[in-house]
Design a protein around this ligand. Structure first.
Ligand code: GLN
Length: 275
């Protein structure tokens, strides 16, 4: 006889945390997690058990839960994610908060999210600032396809997608705000072998020997693409605040500020193109 929901979860819990077992089982059964708790004595159908066992094996191999479910919540938005996109992180909500503080709610504003991936940052901003005109840019067409599906499913029509190599094709003096969560991990960082990172796109994580290569391109580009007097906000590694500020100054940006994430770590550089 096939196992019950309770037995299946008890068995799985020996290999993965309880919450993950529940999320994967709910996914295999195409039901809400609450259903598992309400009907623990229900028996799985063979196909359901096979689906669950396949998901569990992938998870034990290290595949991120978000990729197995095909979704992750960010800024209270349900987003599709795939191995073509980074899994959105909670600390990136700090960047969204700072961006919203710079975008007026009552008039148009041109905002560009460079390296948008699943579109998480751009969509969070689009949902909060319907009058803003948001551009979500990425080099990866696979990532842009995910971002497009997220935009369409969420019905956020104030967002346009652009394929490009950072800001190379963006007109000078054209942006009121630039935001980015670029790759910032150093090539040799042992962190790349841990947790979800081995399964995430390397191009979304790694930026040269010191993790600063993307900033070396983006900050000088920002200095010319922003309208004079406009701001850039960029997420960085917890130990990169000083280097990020130095690169911003070297690019001719000023009014440099550093923002911390909820864990208290330096996480977002803010700078302004002089008027
Ligand atoms: N915050 C991610 C991590 O180190 C890195 C994301 C990025 O490079 N933009 O887990």
């Amino acid at each position: 006889m096939s196992p019950t929901i309770r037995e299946t979860l008890a068995e799985a819990e020996r290999r993965v945390p309880r919450l993950e077992a529940e999320l994967l089982l709910a996914h295999a059964l195409a039901c809400e997690r609450s259903h598992l708790l309400a009907w623990p004595e229900n028996r799985l159908k063979d196909a359901e058990l096979a689906r669950f066992q396949a998901l569990l094996a992938e998870r034990v191999r290290g595949v991120p839960v978000a990729y197995l479910l095909g979704r992750r919540e960010f800024w209270s938005l349900e987003l599709e994610v795939s191995p073509a996109t980074l899994v959105p992180r909670p600390e990136t909500e700090t960047l969204v908060e700072r961006a919203l503080a710079r975008i007026p709610a009552d008039r148009p504003c041109r905002v560009l999210d460079a390296g948008t991936g699943s579109g998480a940052i751009a969509l969070a901003i689009a949902s909060e600032r319907p009058r803003a005109q948001i551009f979500a840019l990425d080099r990866s067409r696979e990532a842009l396809a995910v971002a497009a599906r997220n935009r369409d499913r969420l019905g956020l029509h104030n967002l346009a997608l652009i394929q490009g190599d950072w800001l190379a094709a963006i007109a000078p003096d054209s942006l009121d705000l630039l935001v980015a969560n670029p790759p910032y991990v150093a090539e040799s960082d042992p962190h790349l072998q841990q947790g979800d990172l081995p399964h995430e796109p390397r191009a979304a994580l790694v930026a040269g020997p010191d993790g600063l290569d993307a900033l070396r391109v983006l900050l000088p580009q920002a200095a010319s693409r922003l309208r004079p007097g406009s701001h850039v906000l960029i997420e960085h590694g917890h130990d990169q605040a000083e280097n990020a500020a130095r690169l911003a100054r070297r690019a001719g940006l000023g009014d440099i500020r550093l923002h911390r994430d909820p864990a208290g770590l330096p996480r977002v550089l803010e700078a302004r193109r002089p008027s």
